[in-house]
Write a protein that binds this ligand. Structure first.
Ligand SMILES: C[S@@+](CC[C@H](N)C(=O)[O-])C[C@H]1O[C@@H](n2cnc3c(N)ncnc32)[C@H](O)[C@@H]1O
Length: 198
């Protein structure tokens, strides 16, 4: 069964606002500063496309959001947001200059590195990944952890893996020269990897 969190974008945005408070807008402002004008941005696992709605839509970028949740995709389409269905693991990845993944990498453990390499080959310039490194999924209280894991269950699959800063930094550093930027934040870190699409 799908977690209630993913049943409607308005519900999703409300829960995220409560859980993240000011951290979300901090994340969006950082991403907004990283991505230049005049480029094609492909966002995977875009959810309710909040970053696009709040900031990116006001910029000169060609945006396309992707997700697999039909409820989110239908809602985004009715809001005039350019979105399409694409499974980031098994689908053919659309090509972009800048490819973006926010708050979603943990879902694909243990194959996170393989996924990032796949994304690099779909990006001509860079892959930008923002990920929580302190979150309720790794909260010291077992009860809070349980709620967080239930809330983010995808199609009945409970995702218990979460990054902490050490794990995320190790993953980033495994890209060696292809790691262009590592930005630390209060709750989330951002990495920028070199795009490898020729
Ligand atoms: C935790 S939400 C993050 C949404 C958004 N990026 C954000 O930061 O608010 C994870 C998103 O990944 C999507 N997702 C899960 N598995 C996916 C897959 N295999 N391919 C594409 N999207 C997927 C879900 O539908 C959901 O919208």
């Amino acid at each position: 069964m799908q977690s209630p969190l993913f049943r409607h974008p308005i519900w999703y945005d409300t829960i995220m606002k409560v859980l993240y408070q000011g951290h979300l807008i901090d994340r969006y402002r950082k991403l907004d500063r990283i991505i230049p004008n005049g480029v094609k941005v492909v966002e995977h696992c875009c959810g309710s496309a909040q970053f696009y709605r709040w900031l990116l839509s006001k910029r000169d970028v060609d945006y396309l959001g992707h997700d697999v949740n039909p409820v989110f995709l239908r809602w985004a389409s009715t809001m005039g947001i350019p979105v399409d269905s694409c499974d980031i693991v098994s689908g053919e990845l659309p090509q972009g200059d800048w490819v973006l993944l926010q708050g979603s990498l943990y879902q694909f453990a243990p194959a996170c590195r393989e996924l990032l390499v796949r994304l690099q080959h779909s990006a001509s310039t860079a892959v930008v990944v923002s990920e929580a490194v302190f979150n309720v999924g790794s909260h010291p209280s077992a009860v809070v952890r349980k709620i967080a894991h239930l809330a983010t269950a995808l199609n009945g699959r409970k995702v218990s893996f979460r990054f902490d800063r050490q794990k995320f930094r190790e993953l980033a550093e495994s890209f060696e020269d292809e790691l262009l930027l590592y930005i630390t934040g209060k709750r989330e870190d951002i990495i920028v990897l070199k795009g490898l699409r020729v």
